[in-house]
Design a protein around this ligand. Sequence first.
Ligand code: ADP
Ligand code: MG
Length: 555
Amino acid sequence: MAIAEQGTISIHTENIFPIIKKWLYSDHEIFLRELISNAVDAIKKMRMVSLSGEYSGEVGEPEIVITLDQDKNQLSITDNGIGMTAEEVKKYINQVAFSSAEEFVEKYKASEDQAIIGHFGLGFYSSFMVAKLVEIDTLSYQEGAEAVHWSCEGSTTFSLEASERTERGTTITLTLQEEEKEYLEEARIKQLVTKYCDFMPVPIKLGEEQINKQKAPWKESPSNLTDEDYLEFYRYLYPFQEDPLLWVHINTDYPFIVNGILYFPKIKPDIDVTKGQIKLFCNQVFVSDNCEEVVPQFLLPLRGVLDSTDIPLNVSRSFLQADRTVRQIANHVAKKVGDRLKELYREDRAKYISSWQDLGTFIKFGSINDDKFKKQVEDILIFRTTATLGADVPEGEGQEGDVWGDDKQADSYCTIQEYLERNKEKHENKVYYCTDEVNQATYVDLLKNQGIEVLYMDAFIDQHFVPFLEREYSDVKFLRVDAELDETLIDQDKPAEIVDPNTNQTRSDMIKELFEKSLNKPQLTIRTESLKGDNAPPAMLLLPESARRMQEMMA
Ligand code: ADP
Ligand code: MG
């Protein structure tokens, strides 16, 4: 069919209103965040107008004051921001989903640190989720402006009249619905301000008392912050927790805006890696307690704050994962984290190694899950080795409490590449590893005595990491110390196998038969050849790598 008609779709406010009130935000408490955000915007706008030279009057100390009136059942929020003229009230308030933000930013060329929170022109109406009557009392900064009073009872009709107000700014007064009286309680309001508005850049007062913290360290330049500042912020966000190992401060404004401080906590084996603890902010306004949709899963063990104006907030969270900018931000954050780890490896290797138990888990988990991250960190992915590598022993005496202890020989660490390179003459493309330092000690000793280097892969994540390494290094054989005896270990000069003259059996056949009868493990290999080295045991029991894995799988 040919197009018969084109036109504009219209919306009936009578029908859309209940939807906005009921469904737009899942949580009623959000109204406070929205109204305070508007007040902060109004104050920021006042500052910008003043800076532009368009207004020469006093701007005064910015503040937002919340008052609670039990008798009248009213909550009000007053700001000394830009205010509104009657025209502006008609334009921005009476038209639902019409925001002044874009026009304003365009006109005053607002810079990033003056960023306006508002965007969609819907926040104001969230007040009807809790109020049966909403009033606006406002006076614009503009010369000759007259104060106006607007009121609306949640229907599609409003009234607008002159007001007595003499101070520049806006007061929003909500007369609460019967079932929303909790918002008259001081404690509830304090809790909500702490939750959503703690870091908003304007003092928020309940009566005389300022109830928000205000300083958002992630918006500061890293050079203005000391280690103690970072730690203090961590303790504020996560009280009664162990101090973090290190942190990374992200400060990016191109090609997208993202600020944040991410901390590496000590990783407990029972940590739930599906549940994030990074707090998400948008323009210093708290949005959510986790960033699961915004950062890649392997970053979820991290803690701290991410703040981005480029993360679309009013869309369903499952859409976030598909959003291109969100994906770019995620990649960017991952890269910054990798960079920070590399920097620590380069600049403070002793600390890197002493934190390795935790960092290693994180790096291995990230390597398995994210190819880009793997490439970034493969050169700093290390294993403790039986080799003594001078490089890791710091010069001078060990200090009390440092990694090396007082009398202990420092452990050495190396990457797989370094191991392969160092050992390629002795055993090309083979990596001997130990998963249990105590139970496999005899095997490790034997190999050590033969001059064979062994890597420890005994962290709880290594069980998954060894198979990963095998896929990565497809031409390298990973052999657990008790899996196979290298033929080079046999001392050809010592006498060969002893043969029992009565049965004509070799000693290894005899032992094998014995084991097979009693333990039913026919895949065992018994080696009784004379092994090199003074402390070599008279015989060794070996379970081939493949057989052991089969067993582990069955278990
Ligand atoms: P948004 O904040 O996304 O723009 P809102 O529905 O929260 O949408 O607000 C609509 C508009 O009303 C704002 O863009 C602003 O122009 C105006 N407004 C709301 N609250 C205030 C206030 N306290 N002071 C001045 N203007 C305000
Ligand atoms: Mg708003």
